[in-house]
Design a protein. Sequence first.
Length: 538
Amino acid sequence: MSANTRLTRLLNRGFYPVELPPVFRTRNYSTVAQYITQNLQYWGATTFYDGATFKGHLRTFGVINPVSYLFLSRHIAQNWGEISPILRLSRCTGARPKFPPLAEEGRAITVATIATQRTEQRHLASSFPVIATLDINRFYGSIYTHSIPWAALGKETAKVAYANHTLGGTWSDVLDRLARNCNQRQTVGLAIGPDTSRILSEMLLARIDSELTATGSGLASPQVFHNIDDYQIGVLSVSEAEDAQSTFVKTIARYELRINDYKTSIDSGIEFSPANFQRRFDILRGQSGRNLIEHFFEILYEQIASNPDSNVVGYTLKRFARPLIRNPEQSLLREYLQRLLLAAPHQARWIMPLLLGIYRRIGINSEIRRILHWGIETSARRNDVGSIVWFLYTAIFLRIGLTARVCDKCIGMSNELVDLMLFHGQSISLFSFSLPRLRQRYRNADFRSSSWLTLYEVERRAWDTSPSFRKIGTNLDISSYYETMRQHSVEFYSTRAEHLDVAAFDGWGLTQDDFEPQAYPDIDWDALIQGGDDENYE
């Protein structure tokens, strides 16, 4: 695979966190790369936002400044021949980054699947009587960028090279610098979400794995499996588990990382077992009508409670989407989905692909508007930006107006992604809010700040023509990078009808026609089931 193909995948498919709605996607991004020369001096800010995991806990995601991301992605693509051997140092990771062919769907790089994780974890439990589960505390947020050359060369070798003034200018030193340039030159932390962060973090973990399982360490590769920062180590006794934990703590400490004591456990092989909640749903095969829906959600509620560490909602709704939405009992399905949304608004990302198709078919009413307003206000109280943008996407998708009071809750979040969606809603006369507050917020912002996304998209779309949003090509646009992107029609936010349709939900494989109820029992169950263990549900 050529460096240009790798760069194209990273720019077109690896920029945004996968958790965002379909309107957050790039277009023509890779085409502008040839017009922007590599610049090691340029740095920008990452746009951070809090979003809920499937457990409901908030995690801080990041959207990297696109110029910084371009420079970092280009360097990774051009030096993949140096990076790949480092990644292969680990024989116990389930998340080694790989570039699929350009034409293949999905993200820029592949990640571990449920099937891979479960197989490896089951193997550990069948080979060792005791399993130590260990986790790195705030992994992405704690990564020390200067440890990138350590990962590339080994810590001691890199330290010697630095002392001898031979490290500067090497590919790993430049990689360290470009990673810092993504976050205002700070040396601690990688953004959660971009595929470049997956690559850099796996480089570091590969070096850690090689030291953790080196001769004399007391551990071997067959004893260890991890998916990103979640480790399982198989041992023969509790005392060996304690020794393994000690070795792990000392190894990661060499790379400025710390263990998460709250996610540490030592279990017997019987107590430790990979989640197999998927099999509980096999009993649904052949069911239809009201019985299918009621039985499905009965099992779903049970498995959510029984498997708090697994994304039961995401897996099951995606896998069983077609049997559910083609069910003639659509009103009953809508009620169950709304009940689930009201109980867990942080699961909006997984619930909305089904609810939106149903709503678009049956139309909207006061009940739907009430749920939408409630979801925005509830998410705002929790500072859950990730869920708010899904509720705002729902309003735009269904063309539901939002009052000034509800929009004011959104403005109070002080988040650039939310602000951009507010401008979108106002441009199509759906959202009502006072412009002066947002104009004041962006008046002194430039394109190296976390405000770049709103500044760029609002100005190029002429959603607001005040001085606060007339900065492309000015002295606030260094090297006219954003003017170059505008000239080549680069977009980082889409208002296209194709991205406001159920077919836009990546990996779901749905169309609006799928939401037409069909009478069966002559259901081809295997043809309707989709997704499954060969996907990842984080």
